[in-house]
Every structure is written in C-alpha cells, then in structure tokens.
Design a protein around this ligand. Structure first.
Ligand SMILES: Cc1ncc(COP(=O)(O)OP(=O)(O)O)c(N)n1
Ligand SMILES: Cc1ncsc1CCOP(=O)(O)O
Ligand SMILES: [Mg+2]
Length: 206
C-alpha cells in the first residue's frame, strides 16, 4: 500500500448515487489523488456500508488508502485504512486504541493549535485545520487563520492537512507555508473536469 502523506486528499460528497460516486472517485485516483476519505453525512447505515465497501475495493485497485469519516466500527468491519474524527466524534486516543498502531487516525483541529498538539500526543497520524474559506457543502464560521499552517509546521511532527473551500488558487499559499495535504470535496466532485482539477492540485506538490 502506497501511503503518501503529500498531495490531494479527496473527501467524498453526500451523494446517494453510488455509480456516479465511484466513477468520479476513480477518475480522481487515476489523476493522482493521494488518499480518499469516505464521508457521507446523509446516507443510511446500509448505503454507507455499501458505498464504503465499493470505495475500499476501488482504492485497493489504485493502491491508495481509504479513510472512513466518523465511523470507527465501519472501518473495523471493512478493514479500511483509518478513521477521521472531529470534536463531536470519538476521542483520538480511543480511536487509536480501537484501531491499533498501524491504521491512520486523522483529527480535526479547526483553528486551534492546542487541539493539534493534544491530537498528536493522543496518537493522531495527521491533524487537519479549517475551514479556511467558505464551503459549498458545509456551513461553519470561517475563523481559521492561514498563518496556523506555518505555526503548526514549527511545532508538530505529524502531517498537516488544510480543508474548507479549497481551490487551487487559495490552497497554493497554504501549501507554500508547508501544508502536506489539501482536502477537498467540491473542487473535485463539482468540477466540470475532475481529472484536470486533481492534476492541478497534485502539481502544487511537485
Ligand atoms: C480531512 C478532514 N478535515 C476535517 C474534517 C471535518 O471533520 P468534523 O469536524 O468531524 O466534521 P464532519 O466531517 O464529520 O462533518 C474532515 N471530515 N476531514
Ligand atoms: C468536511 C469539512 N470540514 C471542514 S470544511 C469541510 C467541507 C470541505 O468541502 P469543500 O472542499 O467542498 O469546501
Ligand atoms: Mg466528524
């Protein structure tokens, strides 16, 4: 398994149409997405399980990791590669204990360095800051300062992810400040040409 913690971190949209979800995700993987997070906040348990299993098979074909958002049990059932948790989800230490030392555990740290330090100490594999900019798919108060990336890179050893309204234009200065992964939903899944969008993000890391 190629785990490359640099590049585009693809996060899935709340789509019920599994065929369309797989088709666009496949194009994004072919174009060079580094890792994939299955996130569907509106699916039933049955649909979530079906989509996650199909995405895991697709990610295996491309030798890329699949992270499950929020659902530790689903990750364990499927043998996926890790879990992403936020402030309202299970604590990082509990997720690390449940998944063991080898899986990926990601932690949302919003705009707070202190959360990132605690997450790293509790066993997080990466920390995610944001939302930096308004998103087409999630409502939140935009309060993460871009300067947090350089501060985090000076204090932490785990990779730093940036998320929230990411476009090639607004992600570039964050990558120049040291962001390891740019996480995006709309800029890929709502793009006219998803492959071209992924290639543009990936090129920022070369
Ligand atoms: C890479 C990444 N960063 C942040 C989030 C947001 O997680 P969370 O705050 O738990 O919110 P939901 O995604 O669960 O709505 C994420 N999923 N991935
Ligand atoms: C899940 C999540 N967490 C913070 S912003 C966000 C949404 C990211 O989607 P987009 O890239 O379309 O803004
Ligand atoms: Mg969550």
């Amino acid at each position: 398994m190629k785990i490359d913690m640099k590049g585009l971190y693809l996060v899935t949209p709340d789509w019920d149409d599994t065929a369309r979800l797989l088709e666009v995700t496949n194009r994004a993987l072919e174009a060079g997405a580094a890792l994939v997070q299955y996130r569907n906040k509106t699916a039933s348990d049955a649909l979530r399980r079906e989509q996650a299993a199909a995405l895991l098979a697709l990610c295996r074909q491309h030798d890329r990791p699949l992270i499950i958002n929020d659902h530790v049990d689903l990750c364990l059932q499927l043998g996926a590669d890790g879990v992403h948790v936020g402030g309202l989800d299970a604590p990082v230490a509990a997720v690390r204990a449940a998944l063991g030392p080898d899986k990926i555990v990601g932690a949302s740290c919003y705009g707070q360095l202190a959360l990132a330090r605690s997450a790293q100490d509790a066993g997080a594999s990466y920390v995610a800051f944001g939302g930096f900019y308004p998103s087409k798919v999630k409502v939140y108060e935009v309060s993460t300062p871009p300067g947090i990336v350089a501060q985090a890179k000076g204090q932490l050893t785990v990779p730093v992810v940036v998320i929230g309204g990411m476009t090639v234009a607004n992600a570039r200065p964050l990558v120049e400040s040291g962001a390891d992964l740019v996480a995006a939903i709309s800029s890929v899944y709502l793009a006219e040409d998803a492959s071209a969008a992924v290639r543009e993000f990936a090129a920022m890391f070369r």
